[in-house]
Design a protein around this ligand. Structure first.
Ligand code: GAL
Length: 512
């Protein structure tokens, strides 16, 4: 399987690559070696110490077989009480960086600053409550112990777990959530920003919009095809921009950190490279995924032109003079443009893309796009995730695309990984081969393509609650035994290999 991957990649490389073997190369100095987690997926303690419910608490507690075996994140990896165990894993790997998310409703139970999670009586003034806030204490402990061990925290403010109270007011379909997010972000910058210098506002707005508000297969489970995703994305982009400006205006000078938004994207390769229609469709696929968010934030404050024109012409043909894609005002465009201090990319997979004619009978973002995604049957698929075709060379192409399209930004790969199905073997040799091939492509991106890549974060530190797959899909560098109430963490072979890479700041030459 590995050799099939290598051959595919080699065939796609240009001749200039052939003379250079990345295997013995070192990564740049100060390269960030990380792993990532998210609050709902690892913390558990879903209602401890006054934490409010998030949309994921509600979604999983409703049952209905939307999640594998109706599993929940109520306990997950128990990281809220077992943080020291996670820290041991981080130290064992030798990570330089650790990415984790804050649970918004652990800090602000109803999502607003009107109620701070507190024990005892104190005023609502954040400063005077800080010592009493349980959520703050927990995250302070995490941040302080990371720093004490020379591990740099990268903190995501919001990773899929919107406070339920805000969802009840319309969630991301409501403009009010923009303000609530900005207030929450300011709260976090104020409390943690003296020590946290790398911030991610929102994790994967594309996934939240399309799967949470368009298809309804992730929380909050809203199925509003053709409108839900566009509205949710519109408000998330504004919320991100508002938080970035708050940081810039109120905290940057004193705290000196960087703020970005984590964008997920696969790479799109034309199904038939000789077909003009497929070439266009591959571009549309990128426009409706990565560029939907990256164009306004990194380029000009507005959606990609092709996205606007495709949606509005479809709407006209469907008899509506108004586009289903909301418009930014001129003032908003100015506000949104340039609101990221680095490019945060989550990469998992690649697709071949075919032109798919829109008959206009169907109202959905996917019909608007007119592009069908196909997986090449020769690509291996991660055993724990049917969607995860393993295509390391796709990452290199995507990185080059980002360099060329978004003005050569500094990039961090803030998530990349491969799942095993449960039960998963500790000797995950094949999974490490995927990591190894991916790291080789990253080296080519850095040294041949000149991409400014500053770091790489494995998803995930631990096996955890993998959304609708529950605990059946294992992405961890450490195995977690969810049947054992002590939730022991044991390294997979990939963890040991990854630790070697970190120690050497490069791959060790294989002697096959
Ligand atoms: C990402 C998400 C993570 C994790 C990963 C693997 O989209 O940010 O939370 O679930 O996918 O599926």
């Amino acid at each position: 399987m590995a050799s099939a991957l290598s051959t595919d990649s080699a065939a796609l490389d240009s001749c200039a690559d052939c003379s250079w073997n990345p295997e013995g190369a070192s990564f740049p100095e100060q390269f960030a070696w990380g792993a990532a987690t998210a609050a709902y997926q690892v913390e558990g303690s879903w209602d401890a110490d006054g934490k409010g419910p998030s949309v994921w608490d509600t979604f999983t507690h409703q049952g209905g077989d939307r999640v594998f075996k109706n599993q929940t994140g109520d306990v997950a990896c128990g990281s809220y009480t077992l943080w020291e165990e996670d820290l041991k894993c981080i130290k064992q790997l030798g990570l330089t960086h650790y990415r984790f998310s804050l649970s918004w409703s652990r800090l602000l139970p109803d999502g607003t600053a009107g109620f701070i999670n507190q024990k005892g009586n104190c005023s609502f003034k954040i400063e005077s409550c800080a010592a009493l806030i349980q959520g703050v204490d927990y995250y302070n402990k995490v941040i302080d112990s990371l720093l004490a061990n020379d591990v740099t925290p990268m903190v995501t403010l919001y990773h899929f777990d919107l406070p339920q109270h805000l969802e009840d007011q319309g969630g991301w379909r409501s403009d009010a959530t923009v303000k609530a997010f900005d207030t929450y972000a300011q709260f976090c910058f104020r409390i943690f920003g003296d020590r946290v210098k790398l911030w991610i506002t929102i994790n994967e707005p594309y996934i939240i919009a399309t799967l949470g508000y368009e298809k309804g297969i992730l929380a909050p489970g809203i199925a509003e095809p053709g409108t839900g995703a566009y509205q949710a994305a519109h408000n998330m982009i504004k919320a991100h921009a508002a938080a970035w400006h708050s940081y810039d205006r109120l905290f940057r000078k004193q705290q000196g950190g960087l703020v970005s938004i984590a964008l997920i994207s696969g790479w799109a390769e034309p199904f038939n490279p000789n077909s003009l229609a497929d070439q266009e469709a591959a571009k549309w696929h990128m426009a409706f995924c990565l560029d939907w968010f990256a164009t306004p934030i990194f380029l000009d404050g507005d959606y990609p032109a092709i996205m606007k024109s495709k949606i509005s012409s479809t709407c006209k043909r469907q008899g509506s003079p108004l586009s289903r894609l909301p418009e930014f005002t001129e003032e908003e465009k100015v506000m949104i443009k340039g609101t990221a201090d680095f490019f945060s990319l989550n990469y998992y997979t690649t697709r071949k893309v075919k032109y798919q004619v829109n008959t206009h009978s169907q109202i959905s973002i996917f019909a608007d796009k007119e592009a069908e995604e196909v997986t090449d049957p020769s690509w291996p698929v991660a055993t724990g995730s049917s969607w995860l075709a393993v295509v390391p060379w796709g990452l290199r192409r995507l990185l080059k695309y980002i360099k060329d399209t978004y003005n050569h930004p500094i990039i961090y790969i803030t998530e990349n990984g491969f799942s095993q199905s449960d039960p998963a073997a500790l000797d995950d040799t094949q999974r490490w081969e995927y990591f190894r091939l991916t790291l080789l492509e990253i080296l080519k991106a850095i040294y041949i393509d000149g991409v400014q890549l500053k770091g790489y974060f494995v998803w995930s530190l631990l096996d955890n609650f993998e959304w609708t797959c529950g605990y059946s899909s294992r992405f961890g560098l450490f195995h977690v035994d969810f049947e054992n109430s002590a939730l022991p963490r044991v390294p997979y072979k990939s963890a040991i290999e990854y630790a070697n890479v970190i120690t050497n700041n490069g791959l060790i030459k294989s002697h096959e």
